[in-house]
Every structure is written in C-alpha cells, then in structure tokens.
Design a protein around this ligand. Structure first.
Ligand SMILES: *Cc1c(COP(=O)(O)O)cnc(C)c1O
Length: 377
C-alpha cells in the first residue's frame, strides 16, 4: 500500500481505520508454503479472525488452527459455503482444534465433526473420552520458548518425560493419538527453540514407536517471526533449519502441519489514526490520537509488541509521546517516538499491525474498535 492509498482510504472511510491488504496475506501464505514445502499451513485464527481473511486463506489452500468453539464455527461456516476441497468424513485436513484445554460443552459440540484436538494432561484425556470420543488426538509437548516475545511453555505442554505414558493412557482409553504438537512461543526469533522442539518430538515418536504406537502427524505449531525490526533474521534461514531437521529426524511419510498466525497477517495491515489533541508536558510534546491500546494498539499490552508510529507529513522530527483516546494512563502508545511537528487533524499510521491487534480490541470507554477496510479481498 502506498502512502497516497492510505491517505485516500482515511479520507474516504474516516479514522480510526485499519487497512488490510489481502495481496500481502496471499504473499505471506505463499512464502510459507514455498519455503516449507512439506508443511501444510493451518492459519491460527486467533491472530486475526476477520471472516474475509479466513475466506482468502481458504481459497489460497490454507487450513485452520482454532482454539475455541466460536472460532471453529467461524471457519466451518465460511469454508462450507465455498467449493469443497477434499471434503471427507473428518475435518483434520482443514481444521485443528489446538487449545489443549476445552470446556465440556465445547467437546460435546465438536464430537460430531470428528475433530483433531490437542491435549497435554490426564484430566483432559478423561474429558475427551467422555464428551468427544470421536476426536483424534495430538499430544502437546512442553518445549523451550527461550527468547520468544510471547511465552507459552508455563501454561501448556506435557513434560517430555511423561509424554509416552500419556500416549499409552490415551490408547488404553480407546482413543487414538494421531499426532505430537508443540509451540515454541510467539514471535520466536531464537531458532534453536525449533531445533530443540523437533528433536524432542522425534524422541517421543520413536519411543512410542518402540511400544508399537505409530504417530502419523507432527504439528510444529506457530511462532514464525515477523520482521518487525531489522534484528529479526530472515524466515528463509529458519525454514532451512526446520527442513534440515525434518529430513534428519522423521520418516518420509510423516504428515507435517504448522499453525502460523502472526506470520500470515501481521504485515498485511496498517492502522491510520488522527491527531485529536496536543500538549507539552515536562518539555515533551504529547499527541493524542483517535485509537488506543484498548483498541487497535491492544498488542502493546497483550502481545508485548511495539509499533512504530509514522507521520504522512515531512519535516524535522523531535522525540514525543503518543497517547490513546481513552481516559486511562495505561493507554500509552509510545513514550519516545520521532515525529515531525503535527497539528490537530493530521494523520499518523502504524504498519505491521495485522496480528493480535484488532483481534483483541475492546469497546472500552465507549470508543468502538477501528473500522476494517479489506483491499484486494
Ligand atoms: C496462538 C497460537 C498459534 C499462533 O502463533 P503465532 O505465534 O501467531 O504463529 C499457533 N498455535 C497455537 C496452539 C496457538 O495458541
């Protein structure tokens, strides 16, 4: 998207506005597939659950990772209306339910779809046996999340040491463990996490095999990093390492899937906001914009993400602060951003804001979430 297009969109649709370019989504998805050709991509819907995005990705050939019943139904309803691709009795080729903890009612509702679901503990196994006996299972392992922007290993994943016992227990309960899964933490810039996780998954599969339990699916989760800044090493480098480990560690006929969220959508969206206030405090210029950390910039809080704010206007810059529109002090978008001298009514924008942003926007303080504009959908 050019600056002129962004400005025109803001003039036409008003602010706050989030422009989502579906050409970029398709490009990201294609790059993922090209660099990891053995891996089917299950887009993690929670990164951005806009139905237009689900449809675009489905048409491009993607499958989906969901983590709640509403997300499951969102994907199911949207892909049902589209031309069928390899429809079959079960839906594993299109949807994985990758939240290891599921409410009983969700399991009951999912059972008729014969879903593929993850688990990581005995209590969950008991629930699945009772309420979703037709589900296929994937065991989620705890793997190192060292250095990832969002850490998940204290919340999910069984100890590798107890993995094969859990697999045995599932088979004894009459269920089938089809896969082993992991998540290295979101925005994983430490590629060693993937290498270690693949080695751990391979060890678990081999031990299961030695007990005559054949595991067919490897789910390498999400975490594929977005180039938010120049310190993030290229995706191609990560992909080469993953491919090499897969070749080395797993049988040829293993089915591999991944759950990229951020990687697919982050770079596809740009937020545009308007300066609605301006003050000088302690010698620093403070701008107030018509969006907030309770809205499009919610990733600052929930995703530990920082976005660069830029102006359309040229001119000498100075360090300033940028605050959101709400009455809360937490609502600070930037403490030291470099911007030219802006007036009330001027526009600012933030790129790479497609993941974990609008997805967690609220109506706090009575302000509605920003309007979403889908381009090239
Ligand atoms: C959130 C999540 C993802 C997506 O993670 P990204 O880091 O955005 O790629 C994938 N799998 C599971 C189980 C998740 O919870």
């Amino acid at each position: 998207m050019t600056l002129r297009q962004l400005k025109a969109a803001a003039a036409e649709h008003g602010t706050p506005l989030v422009v989502v370019d579906h050409d970029v989504i398709r490009r990201n998805y294609a790059e993922f597939r090209k660099r990891l050709p053995k891996v089917q991509a299950y887009y993690a819907v929670k990164a951005n659950a806009a139905p237009d995005i689900v449809r675009t990705l489905y048409r491009a050939g993607a499958s989906f990772d969901v983590a709640s019943l509403p997300e499951f139904m969102l994907v199911y309803e949207n892909i049902r209306q589209l031309p069928a691709q390899a429809r079959q009795d079960f839906i594993w080729d299109k949807i994985v339910y990758a939240n290891p903890i599921k409410p009983r009612e969700t399991l009951e509702a999912l059972d008729r779809y014969k879903p593929l679901v993850t688990f990581d503990n005995l209590a969950e196994l008991g629930k699945i046996r009772r309420y979703a006996p037709h589900a296929g299972l994937a065991l989620r392992l705890r793997v190192p999340n060292t250095g990832s922007m969002v850490e998940l290993s204290s919340k999910f994943g069984c100890d590798p040491g107890e993995a094969v016992d859990l697999i045995e227990e599932a088979f004894r309960a009459g269920l089938v463990v089809e896969g082993v899964s992991f998540h290295v933490g979101s925005q994983c810039t430490n590629f060693e996490n993937f290498v270690q996780a693949l080695n751990m998954a391979s060890a678990v599969m081999r031990e299961a095999q030695s007990r005559d339990r054949q595991i067919k699916i490897l789910d390498i989760g999400g975490g594929f990093p977005v180039p938010y800044n120049r310190h993030v090493r290229p995706f191609g480098e990560l992909a080469r390492r993953i491919n090499a480990e897969i070749r080395r560690l797993f049988p040829k006929d293993i089915e591999i899937l991944a759950e990229p969220g951020r990687f697919v959508v982050a770079t596809a969206a740009t937020a545009i906001a308007r300066v609605i206030g301006k003050a000088v405090r302690d010698g620093k210029t403070c701008y107030y914009i018509d969006d907030s950390v309770y809205h499009t910039f919610s990733g600052i809080i929930f995703d530990h993400c920082q976005y660069r704010l830029k102006a359309f206007k040229k001119g000498p810059t100075e360090i300033c602060a940028v605050f959101g529109q709400t009455c809360d002090g937490l609502d600070t978008i930037a403490q030291s951003e470099e911007l030219p001298d802006l007036e009330i009514g001027d526009l600012v924008y933030a790129e790479n804001i497609g993941a974990y942003s609008t997805a967690s926007a609220t109506w706090f303080n009575g302000f509605p979430p920003a309007k979403l504009l889908h381009l090239n959908a």
